[in-house]
Write a protein that binds this ligand. Structure first.
Ligand SMILES: Nc1ncnc2c1ncn2[C@@H]1O[C@H](COP(=O)(O)OP(=O)(O)OP(=O)(O)O)[C@@H](O)[C@H]1O
Ligand SMILES: [Mg+2]
Ligand SMILES: [Zn+2]
Length: 510
């Protein structure tokens, strides 16, 4: 007898529909899966057999063939267990095949028939909805996540016997009401605020510019000067996520398996701060069943690399592609997968190995060559991609104890949002949101400096030996500074400030 059950898999960040067809016929006992299965799908066979037996059914002693169609789509992951088991039970006549039609089913099985959560339920449910399915059955723990999608009925389940009961009696599964993502108020839960930081006017100004244009920023300063503290507060001044950005970022978190506990759309821009010991796959993405890395989890938000020179050279070099293209490509033997990875890179480092080079409080004990080696760990091409470089000197005890009220994040965010609105109008229908995302041809169109500003920049390029990439990046930052001021033209002070953020590394180089 033949039966068919619908399921889906994830490719990149989107779902693809897969049909599970099961044929049970007389013949020598056999159990095979065809349709390009990866190792994990083959393992699925053993779990399906055990789960069915341990749920009290007699596993057929016949020739069972399972086909996963279409054959030319890569099938990875464990979410095929449940639809395969349901298709086998339908072919066995335990449940009626026509009852299962109209459902899309995904989930992993344990040997005892319990159902375990899977990654990527959000894109899978979005696909089901798009393909016209009105009902989906998912692992209980994925229920809230699936019900982000409106217009499809979500059932959650924790045991295969519950599904059998459901198809026989019509009840027994948990019904999840669609909540459309509960995008929330946008209010932050961590309580961080820029007003926690005393002084640091210059650093705050630079971070406001960076947030306004989505520019990458490097902070250099001695231990305890507040670099980490500043970085952690960047999300509090970034503009709100757009709906499309939120959907994309949430899908990435779903595929990484990080969405289940919250089960809602991301309402805050992500802030990812991986430790410098992170593996390449952890940073960029990869693994047996490709998982998005930190660069993709930071999509739409901030990737913070604290202790920047401590990261391995390979890992830092691998950042170049996402910084340039806004996505990463993970190559496999037979195919490649692309994940979005458009983030604001925020990096922090000390000026030298001991940390106190240039500090007035304590003498630096490093030799010239030690300092040189330390700095050269951050490769030139990567440094070139940092639009804004700033020095973060420690604030004095006097400043720390001053009772002055510091400006709250909310007020800074208002200015950032106003600057972003100008950018959005500029780039309408172009699928980019911020000045930093402009390709060179747009820089030529939108970042034409006025006379004096232009000659100032030319002089700086010559004097500091700036690369063409640095030149374009300075123009983009100048555009953002002008936007913050509400100025349509790029004037001399805008360019002058932007240049000042690029020459720090030149000055510090010895
Ligand atoms: N401007 C400031 N206002 C209030 N507190 C500050 C300020 N600067 C530093 N601090 C205090 O100093 C602590 C250390 O700051 P932070 O960890 O951000 O320094 P850092 O520059 O990252 O140092 P390191 O290079 O060692 O990582 C903070 O937790 C905070 O308590
Ligand atoms: Mg720190
Ligand atoms: Zn030193």
């Amino acid at each position: 007898m033949i039966s068919k059950v619908s399921t889906a898999t994830v490719y990149g960040i989107d779902g693809i529909k897969i049909d599970v067809e099961v044929d049970i016929s007389y013949g020598l006992p056999a159990f095979s899966i065809v349709g390009l299965p990866e190792t994990s799908v083959k393992e699925s066979k053993e779990r399906v057999r055990a789960a069915i037996k341990n749920s009290g059914f007699e596993f057929p002693n016949d020739r069972i063939t399972i086909n996963l169609a279409p054959a030319d789509v890569r099938k990875e992951g464990s979410s095929f267990d449940l639809p395969i088991a349901i298709a086998v039970l339908a072919a066995m006549g335990v449940i009626k095949e026509e009852d299962v039609r109209g459902y899309l089913i995904a989930g992993e099985l344990s040997l005892d028939g319990r159902i375990k959560s899977v990654r990527g339920i959000l894109p899978i449910t979005m696909l089901a909805n798009k393909e016209g399915y009105r009902k989906i059955i998912v692992p209980l723990e994925n229920g809230r996540e699936a019900s982000i999608v409106k217009g499809i009925k979500v059932y959650g389940t924790s045991h295969i016997l519950d599904i059998v009961h459901f198809f026989k009696e019509g009840d027994g599964l948990k019904d999840f009401a669609s909540h459309g993502g509960d995008a929330g108020t946008g209010a932050r839960k961590d309580g961080l605020d820029f007003s926690d930081i005393k002084g640091q006017t210059q650093a705050k100004r630079a971070l406001e510019i960076a947030a306004s244009g989505g520019h990458n920023i490097l902070m250099i300063g001695p231990p305890g000067s507040g670099k980490t503290m500043l970085a952690r507060r960047i999300p509090t001044i970034l503009p709100r996520l757009h709906y499309e950005e939120a959907i994309e970022a949430t899908k990435i978190h779903s595929i990484a398996g990080l969405l289940m506990s919250r089960g809602s759309l991301l309402s805050e821009r992500p802030f990812r701060a991986p430790h410098h010991t992170i593996s390449d796959a952890g940073l960029i993405g990869g693994g047996h069943v490709p998982k998005p890395g930190e660069v993709s989890l930071a999509h739409g938000g901030v990737l913070f690399l604290d202790e920047f020179p401590e990261f391995r050279r390979n890992a830092l070099d691998a950042l170049r592609q996402p910084l340039e293209d806004g996505h990463v490509t993970i190559s496999r033997v037979t195919h490649a997968i692309t994940f979005p990875a458009r983030f604001m890179l925020v990096a922090a480092m000390n000026p030298c190995p001991c940390g106190y080079f240039g500090d007035t409080r304590k003498a630096c004990v490093c030799s010239g060559s030690q300092i040189h080696r330390y700095r050269s760990k951050v490769s030139g091409p990567l440094l070139d991609r940092m639009d804004i470089h700033i020095e973060v000197p420690p604030v004095t005890i006097r400043e720390l104890s001053l009772d002055r009220e510091e400006e709250p994040s909310e007020r800074i965010q208002e200015r950032v949002a106003a600057a972003r609105t100008l950018q959005e109008e500029r780039f309408r229908d172009r699928k980019i949101y911020a000045n930093s995302q402009m390709p060179v041809r747009m820089v030529k169109k939108y970042c034409l400096p006025n006379g004096d500003a232009g000659s100032l920049l030319e002089k700086a390029v010559e004097k500091f030996g700036l690369s063409p990439r640095a030149y374009h990046r300075i123009l983009k930052v100048a555009r953002t500074i002008a936007d913050l001021e509400g100025s349509s033209g790029i004037e001399e002070p805008h360019v002058a400030e932007a240049i000042q953020y690029r020459v720090l590394d030149k000055r510090l180089t010895i």
